[in-house]
Design a protein around this ligand. Structure first.
Ligand code: GDP
Length: 205
């Protein structure tokens, strides 16, 4: 049985630029990763039920650090810088890739990454490549579709089918996914239940 998650406390632990600076106390961590503007800050605020804990629409490409939130002093969300922002220099991009890759590959408390994908547009190559990178590097992850409200309810199933079919061109099965809308407050319970299940097994070990 998984516990029901009430968000009692959310503490911002800080922004870290290196893996070696990340909090040392053992706790399950959930990384949120996605293209700039995918709706990452909004979905984190939505999940945590806080209006402005994650900064919505901070200049894309400027927040080059790992932002740490601790929930109920029991688990953490790590907000990773958005990728795919055209205006950052090659050098900046390399630095980004280095930091993110190092975090995702080596952080021992990372139990699951949520790869955010904009549900309201067609599947993007860069997101598919990111999913492949996670799999190749053995990072457990789920897909988290954002902005579902931008697709009319009658068309959502067809849109989901497009994503599933695109994934199945290269994947043997569809990764676990969640469809969310921060604007309409949808999808939160399923994500929290999933986190709760993983937390339970983490603390049992
Ligand atoms: P981030 O750059 O990935 O952190 O994205 P933000 O959370 O700052 O959101 C980027 C833009 O998308 C903002 O204009 C948000 O208002 C908008 N947005 C985010 N989530 C949703 C959503 O669920 N529905 C709609 N319609 N817009 C959203």
């Amino acid at each position: 049985m998984s516990e029901k998650i009430d968000i009692q406390t959310v503490d911002f632990l800080g922004s870290f630029k290196k893996l070696s600076q990340c909090p040392a106390k053992m706790m399950p961590e959930y990384a949120f990763i996605g293209r700039s503007n995918v709706g990452k800050s909004s979905v984190i605020n939505h999940i945590l039920n806080r209006k402005q804990i994650a900064h919505v629409s901070s200049t894309p490409g400027k927040t080059q650090s790992l932002n740490y939130y601790e929930i109920n002093q029991r688990w953490r969300i790590v907000d990773l810088p958005g990728y795919g922002y055209a205006r950052v220099s090659k050098k900046e991009r390399k630095k980004w890739e280095g930091m993110i890759a190092s975090y995702l590959r080596h952080r021992e408390f990372l139990v699951c990454a949520f790869l955010l994908i904009d549900f309201s547009i067609s599947p993007q190559r860069i997101d598919l490549e990111q999913a492949e990178w996670l799999a190749e590097n053995q990072v457990p992850f789920h897909l988290l579709f954002t902005k579902s409200d931008k697709i009319k309810p009658a068309k959502r199933e067809a849109q989901l089918k497009i994503f599933v079919e695109t994934f199945l061109e290269t994947w043997s099965s569809m990764p676990t996914y969640f469809v969310t809308s921060a604007s309409k407050h949808e999808g939160r319970d399923a994500i929290l239940q999933n986190i709760s299940r993983i937390n339970t097994s983490f603390y049992k070990q």
